[in-house]
Design a protein around this ligand. Structure first.
Ligand SMILES: Nc1ncnc2c1ncn2[C@@H]1O[C@H](COP(=O)(O)OP(=O)(O)OP(=O)(O)O)[C@@H](O)[C@H]1O
Length: 213
């Protein structure tokens, strides 16, 4: 088993009056973790810490053997591009170019070579291959979310972080998108962390991490 995420005694604050404390997380390759908790409890904050967008007040975050805090901001950006795939609630595509060009851009931005065969495989699996030359706004919400998954996975990240990936989707699409997210992440032997309010997508046998402040 390869350790992908390890947090130790993690604390964070935006303003000094409220400090978020997180119990330790350990994730191996292939693990899936759902992060639950009431609104404002710090779930997205945790995801942003794991992504290296925020810096802890104290404690440590080790991703794939690298202590995030030891990286300079620019090195952290490169590390994120290569090791972490991120799926947001609403897609954050480049609007003026096709889904395919967006996938290419994800590789370019991370300074890795674009694996066209892998991109095609992902789009095929996600059921949007025939839409790849369309621009994001020409796709439905569910299709855009599938596109976001392809973009998050195209660089074969070790860790996939998803923030409310299904909350804008109807029941059928929500279940399909979470299944696709899990299966594509698993296929690449990545770990997956999903922040959600969406009880529709959490099964009784899923690992759950409760954020409570
Ligand atoms: N940039 C910021 N500056 C100051 N406070 C912030 C900032 N971002 C978030 N907060 C506050 O930190 C708390 C936790 O926010 P966070 O987004 O992590 O919560 P959450 O559990 O994801 O909530 P929700 O379920 O509503 O999305 C909230 O009270 C929020 O107002």
């Amino acid at each position: 088993m390869t350790l992908v995420v390890e947090t130790r005694a993690l604390k964070f604050t935006y303003q000094k009056d409220v400090v978020f404390s997180y119990s330790d997380i350990t994730l191996n390759q292939g693990d899936v973790l759902f992060v639950l908790g009431r609104s404002g409890s710090g779930k997205s904050t945790l995801l942003n810490l794991l992504a290296g967008f925020l810096t802890p007040l104290s404690g440590e975050i080790v991703i794939n053997g690298t202590l995030l805090q030891q990286l300079s901001p620019s090195k952290r950006d490169v590390f994120r591009g290569r090791n972490i795939g991120i799926v947001f609630q609403k897609n954050v595509f480049l609007r003026s170019v096709s889904i395919w060009e967006n996938l290419k851009w994800a590789a370019y931005a991370a300074d890795v070579s674009f694996d066209a065969a892998h991109a095609e495989f992902l789009l095929e699996k996600l059921g949007i291959s025939e839409k790849k030359h369309k621009k994001p706004h020409q796709l439905s919400q569910g299709e855009q979310q599938r596109g976001s998954i392809a973009r998050a996975l195209v660089n074969r990240p070790k860790l996939v972080l998803a923030d409310e990936p299904t909350s804008a989707l109807d029941d059928e699409n929500a279940l399909e998108v979470i299944d696709l997210l899990k299966s594509t992440a698993l296929q690449q032997n990545a770990s997956l962390v999903v922040v959600t309010h969406d009880r529709r997508i959490v099964n009784s046998d899923d690992a759950v991490y409760h954020v409570s402040q």
